[in-house]
Ligand binder design. Structure first.
Ligand code: 4NP
Length: 158
């Protein structure tokens, strides 16, 4: 069986999408499914390319046992759309940026929004925590934990 590949995308790839990557990897490991998936993250901008995850995001994530180790990189319009089966954005702006980078109906069909997979929360985006306080970072993690569980259930049912 070939691995299912998932790319999580946010604006800067230093807060939300590296956290989505770490939460997803941790949950797949917990369910012994890690060998069936390839998980990565990227940003629609390259403003923070080469940077580690935001220090505040790292602190909040680590308190829940998630070690954010990924280094920021921008989405590669051609390559990433070929390489990944699922490309998952965090908010409406991410989705329109990802739609603009798609070059075919097949590319567009790979796009979805993280909150589509939530089963507990009714939010329609994972809000950008960058200019806010601690509650914003905690909300990101709450939403991502809910969404990752829903996403894994959906993918394992396919
Ligand atoms: P992220 O958060 O998209 O979740 O990584 C942000 C990171 C950086 C900026 C905004 C949001 N920024 O404006 O630099």
């Amino acid at each position: 069986m070939s691995k299912k590949s998932i790319l999580f995308v946010c604006l800067g790839n230093i807060c939300r999408s590296p956290s989505a990557e770490a939460v997803m990897k941790a949950k797949l490991k917990e369910y012994s499914l890690e060998h069936n998936y390839f998980i990565d993250s990227a940003g629609v901008t390259g403003y923070h390319a080469g940077d580690s995850a935001d220090a505040r995001m790292q602190t909040h994530a680590l308190k829940r046992g998630y070690d954010l180790t990924s280094i920021s990189r921008p989405v590669e319009a051609g390559e990433d759309y070929e390489r990944f089966d699922y490309i998952i954005g965090m908010d409406a702006q991410n989705m329109s940026d990802l739609e603009a980078m798609a070059s075919s109906a097949e590319d567009l069909a790979k796009l979805s929004r993280m909150t589509d997979y939530c089963t507990e929360f009714t939010h329609d985006s994972v809000p950008d925590p960058y200019y806010g306080g601690a509650a914003g970072f905690e909300l990101v993690l709450d939403l991502l934990e809910d969404a990752c569980d829903g996403l894994i259930s959906k993918l394992e049912d396919e």
